[in-house]
Design a binder for this molecule. Structure first.
Ligand code: MN
Length: 223
C-alpha cells in the first residue's frame, strides 16, 4: 500500500515547469507530426543587420507605395497583402549586395540567373493558405528573407496533410525551400503563429523578399 507521506512528497517534487519562452529571434524547425520523415529545410538567423533591414524595408516601401493592399478572394491563396516583382538591376546597389550575400548563403549556383525579386507585403491580419509554388514560374529554390515581423510557416505533405511541421521564421532570418520541401510539401503562413502547439505573440506587418532561380525546364519563348 502506498503511504500518504510518499505520495505527498512526490506531488511536491512533480511541479510543472512553465513552458520555456520561445526565442523569437532564433529560427527553429519543428518535429514532424503524423509520422513522415522531415525533408531538409535550411534556416539562417540574422542574415542582415537591423540597419540593413530598415534600409531594405524602406526601399521596398517606396516601390510598394503606389499599390493598394488587396483583401484577396475567400478562396485565394493570400489575404490582405500587396506585392510586386522587380528585376535585380532596378534595386539600389546596397540592396543588390544584400541579395548577393543572401544568394550565396542559400547556395544558389553562382551566376544563376534569378527571376525578378518578389516582394510580398502582408498586413498584420494577412495570411497565406496552403500551396506549392508554381513549378513553371519558379525554379528549384525558394529563398525568403523575412522583414519586420516573425511568423510561422507550416509545411504539410502534399499527399498526406496530417504530416506537418512548423518553421519559426524570425525577422531578418532566411529560409530555403528546395528539393522535397519545395516540391512535395505545401507551405502556408497561418494568421495566428504557433510553434509545436505553443502560441506565439501575434505577428505584425511582414515583408518577405523572395529570390528564385529560373525554372529548369523553362522553354525559351519563340520569337
Ligand atoms: Mn509560396
Amino acid at each position: 500500500m502506498r503511504r500518504a507521506g510518499a505520495l505527498r512528497r512526490r506531488c511536491t517534487v512533480a511541479r510543472l515547469e512553465p513552458p520555456a519562452e520561445l526565442d523569437l529571434l532564433r529560427p527553429s524547425v519543428g518535429q514532424v507530426r503524423g509520422g513522415a520523415a522531415r525533408p531538409p529545410v535550411e534556416l539562417h538567423a540574422d542574415v542582415i543587420t537591423p540597419a540593413e533591414e530598415d534600409a531594405l524595408a524602406a526601399e521596398a516601401d517606396r516601390y510598394l507605395r503606389a499599390r493598394r493592399y488587396e483583401a484577396g478572394h475567400f478562396d485565394g491563396v493570400i489575404r490582405h497583402y500587396r506585392e510586386l516583382q522587380r528585376p535585380l538591376r532596378s534595386w539600389s546597389s546596397a540592396s543588390r549586395s544584400l541579395f548577393d550575400r543572401v544568394a550565396s548563403l542559400a547556395a544558389l549556383p553562382s551566376g544563376a540567373e534569378l527571376l525578378p525579386v518578389h516582394v510580398l507585403d502582408l498586413e498584420a491580419h494577412g495570411e497565406i493558405s496552403r500551396h506549392v509554388d508554381h513549378v513553371e514560374y519558379s525554379g528549384e529554390s525558394i529563398v525568403g528573407l523575412s522583414l519586420l515581423s516573425h511568423a510561422v510557416m507550416l509545411l504539410q505533405h502534399e499527399a498526406d496533410p496530417a504530416a506537418a511541421f512548423d518553421l519559426l521564421l524570425p525577422r531578418r532570418s532566411l529560409y530555403v525551400l528546395r528539393g522535397e520541401a519545395r516540391y512535395r510539401w505545401a507551405h502556408s503562413l497561418p494568421l495566428q503563429p504557433s510553434f509545436e502547439g505553443q502560441s506565439l505573440p501575434p505577428k505584425s506587418r511582414r515583408i518577405s523578399v523572395i529570390l528564385r532561380d529560373r525554372p529548369p525546364n523553362e522553354v525559351p519563348r519563340e520569337v
